[in-house]
Design a protein around this ligand. Structure first.
Ligand SMILES: *[C@@H]1O[C@H](CO)[C@@H](O)[C@H](O)[C@H]1NC(C)=O
Ligand SMILES: *[C@@H]1O[C@H](CO)[C@@H](O)[C@H](O)[C@H]1NC(C)=O
Ligand SMILES: *[C@@H]1O[C@H](CO)[C@@H](O)[C@H](O)[C@H]1NC(C)=O
Ligand SMILES: *[C@@H]1O[C@H](CO)[C@@H](O)[C@H](O)[C@H]1NC(C)=O
Ligand SMILES: *[C@@H]1O[C@H](CO)[C@@H](O)[C@H](O)[C@H]1NC(C)=O
Ligand SMILES: *[C@@H]1O[C@H](CO)[C@@H](O)[C@H](O)[C@H]1NC(C)=O
Length: 272
């Protein structure tokens, strides 16, 4: 099921790289669109698809769940993991069939429930009335203005999965932190207890917490690998990047494009 993984904290908290994993959701039968505009929202029986049809965004209800979410998954696998969730804190009811993802009058992307309450929204000062949301082939949902300038992107708000070129990290000057936070359970995208982040020390390292307890550390980054992970083989090294800019106060970890793989944190993978 899991094809490869680089390193794992233990039996329970893993950071895996894999392409094929079991289905965690059931997508509705859908028609596809390639952008969301003020005049064309995304409704429940539709999905937003990236230009080369690599990623798909839509409404999903995890297996057995009474709740609905908006998320992104790989399109071209029969069973695919959800890699991003918009409303993981605020699910829609399962029977809410008139929810929609719209461009609001203020140019922001909003998820409306059946009563037209915004349960999730981007929060940008839109520069024009011509905002559009598009899904890129990297799996990045982008809200752009009329000149196709990026105003917001889902890569800025990671959930539990690190896609290639998506960053987690910290900016000590602004206090902004980007973590991966596990799903609460296989059928529950709400935030669970496992958190993967990056320290701002020099040299930095990856760390995982289980709730408020430190759980795992990668060891310091030595410019090409983490010295606490002796098993990191050369095969994987090329992909890892940890970039620290002392002046800007930023430390970020990301992976280059490699093998279409991705990493995610989980507290419930008993099969490894
Ligand atoms: C994580 O923390 C919870 C609550 O303290 C605990 O029940 C669970 O066993 C911990 N998980 C692991 C893998 O240590
Ligand atoms: C969904 O849940 C049912 C009943 O619990 C189970 O039999 C089935 O295998 C599950 N499907 C997936 C894809 O997990
Ligand atoms: C949205 O898609 C439609 C039809 O696919 C296309 O005509 C239009 O130019 C697109 N608009 C933007 C802003 O991408
Ligand atoms: C999707 O749903 C809308 C409204 O419920 C309906 O008008 C439309 O025909 C449906 N489209 C498809 C492809 O099922
Ligand atoms: C889907 O994946 C299969 C196997 O990896 C590949 O052969 C096929 O061309 C892909 N289809 C598309 C539309 O990308
Ligand atoms: C956006 O639309 C509003 C209402 O239609 C209009 O008053 C405003 O001038 C428009 N702004 C731009 C930048 O086009």
């Amino acid at each position: 099921m899991v094809l490869e993984f680089v390193h794992h904290c233990s039996y329970d908290c893993v950071f895996v790289y894999s392409l094929l994993v079991c289905s965690l959701f059931q997508a509705l039968q859908s028609s596809t669109i390639y952008n969301i505009t003020a005049s064309r929202p995304l409704i429940q029986n539709q999905t937003l698809v990236s230009p080369c049809k690599i990623f798909e965004l839509g409404f999903f209800g995890p297996n057995g769940s009474e709740k609905q979410y908006v998320g992104i998954w790989y399109k071209n696998t029969t069973f695919s993991k959800v890699v991003w969730v918009a409303n993981r804190d605020k699910p829609l009811g399962h029977k809410d069939q008139s929810a929609s993802l719209i461009i609001g009058g203020d140019g922001n992307l909003k998820l409306l429930d059946g009563r037209k309450n915004a349960i999730w929204s981007t929060n940008v000062m839109a520069k024009s009335n011509y905002s559009a949301a598009v899904l890129l082939d990297f799996g990045n949902l982008v809200l752009q203005d009329g000149n196709a300038n990026k105003m917001w992107e889902s890569f800025d708000e990671p959930t539990d999965t690190l896609l290639p070129n998506m960053k987690i990290g910290v900016n000590v000057k602004t206090g902004k932190k980007k973590y991966l936070i596990s799903w609460k359970g296989e059928d529950d995208p709400s935030p669970g207890s496992f958190v993967l982040g990056v320290t701002s020390e020099t040299p930095p390292q990856l760390f995982a917490w289980n709730g408020s307890s430190p759980y795992w550390r990668s060891g310091q980054w030595d410019k090409s690998k983490f010295n606490g992970i002796p098993t990191m083989s050369n095969k994987y090294l090329s992909g890892h990047q940890l970039v620290q800019n002392i002046n800007q106060g930023t430390t970020y970890y990301f992976r280059n494009y490699y093998n279409n793989s991705f990493g995610y944190v989980s507290s419930h993978r008993k099969d490894l």
